[in-house]
Design a protein around this ligand. Structure first.
Ligand SMILES: Nc1ncnc2c1ncn2[C@@H]1O[C@H](COP(=O)(O)OP(=O)(O)OP(=O)(O)O)[C@@H](O)[C@H]1O
Ligand SMILES: O=P(O)(O)OC[C@@]1(O)O[C@H](CO)[C@@H](O)[C@@H]1O
Length: 316
């Protein structure tokens, strides 16, 4: 089972308009509401593909009840931790050319007892977990080292742990040496403190992190696919899609496919290809919708055991 901790989940509201114009009134042509937050999305994606997942999340207020209803309707197993504040609602504005603009709220303030209850609820599921994964931003009140604490507790319980976050919480988690991290291109550049214009630069930065004690660094690269680096190998995979609809949650689906593959002891190359296919399929779907098995058909993945170092990123 893949157990996800999302300290700052959201109700995701995706609104489709013709073109975003600052200061104007826009009439939406479509609206979609999904349970959101990065770990929630990982659990939704694994469940949608027939895998076993459990989403641990703080729940409070009317938005929290809606989140629970959405997860229950999608058949996603959850462990809700009651909190005093109300869950956030994040808005995505989608334009027909695939441009996605996000407006994310800070989320409710958590107190120390609520943070402890979340960590406890996650660790309590460790015995059944192939992976524990901590994902997303931290809400106000949560300590910067929350994911570092999660790494320590997962380790103590004998579970492998993955982290997908950014900024200071990611840096603190990295110091605790999780088994896997999944930064995107920008998050990796921030973590190592310099730009990474080519695939070779990304590989060098990931290799540095592996040397520092993280077994697997998987970097999602948008239309350029993903690079996975371990002490033994570097692999690059990318998928071709005909049209992008919404990029919201693509990174979460990519991580879900990767962990789903690794938890079935697939070789890293197969797990990476699975992740890249799930991520690409997510981009073809509206809002934060996660792909079903049928959505993966017809998405070809190119895999290379010899990543082209000179590949300039962000050109696709
Ligand atoms: N235009 C695209 N064409 C094909 N695949 C894509 C495209 N954009 C994204 N993907 C797939 O989705 C994965 C995740 O994309 P990206 O690197 O943008 O994630 P992210 O920034 O973490 O996303 P988010 O934070 O919204 O979840 C990529 O590794 C790739 O497999
Ligand atoms: O504010 P965070 O935690 O960084 O990101 C939250 C979020 O943008 O991430 C998911 C997509 O990856 C969405 O479901 C959600 O709205």
């Amino acid at each position: 089972m893949i157990v996800t901790l999302t300290p700052n989940p959201s109700v995701d509201r995706a609104i489709t308009i013709d073109a975003l114009l600052r200061g104007e009134v826009h009439r939406a042509s479509d609206v979609r509401v999904d349970a959101g937050g990065k770990g929630v999305n990982v659990a939704r994606a694994v469940t949608a593909q027939g895998g076993d997942a459990l989403a641990v999340l703080p729940v409070g207020g009317p938005e929290g009840r809606l989140l629970e209803d959405l997860l229950d309707a999608a058949g996603v197993p959850r462990r809700s931790v009651p909190i005093a504040g109300a869950a956030r609602m994040n808005i995505s504005v989608l334009e027909p050319d695939g441009t996605t603009t996000k407006l994310n709220e800070p989320g409710p303030t958590l107190d120390a007892a609520e943070v402890e209850a979340l960590l406890e609820a996650t660790a309590a599921s460790a015995a059944d977990a192939s992976w524990i994964v901590g994902c997303g931003s931290l809400p106000p009140g949560a300590p910067e080292d929350l994911y570092a604490q999660l790494v320590a507790r997962a380790r103590a319980a004998g579970a492998r742990v993955a982290i997908d976050s950014s900024g200071a919480p990611l840096a603190a988690a990295v110091a605790a040496s999780p088994d896997l991290i999944k930064p995107n291109h920008e998050e990796l550049a921030e973590l190592v403190g310099h730009d990474l214009p080519t695939l070779g630069d990304v590989r060098a930065a990931a290799t540095e992190l592996v040397a520092g004690g993280i077994a697997t660094v998987a970097v999602s690269l948008g239309g350029d696919g993903a690079l996975l680096v371990t002490a033994d190998e570097a692999l690059h995979a990318r998928a071709t899609i005909t049209a992008a609809v919404s990029t919201v949650g693509a990174g979460d689906c990519m991580l879900a496919g990767l962990l789903h593959g690794l938890s079935r002891s697939a070789p890293a190359s197969d797990a990476l290809a699975e992740g890249v296919a799930w991520g690409a399929a997510a981009v073809t779907l509206p809002g934060s919708r996660v792909p079903s098995p049928a959505d993966l058909h017809g998405i070809p993945v190119d895999l290379s055991h010899n990543p082209p170092a000179a590949l300039a990123l962000g050109q696709r």
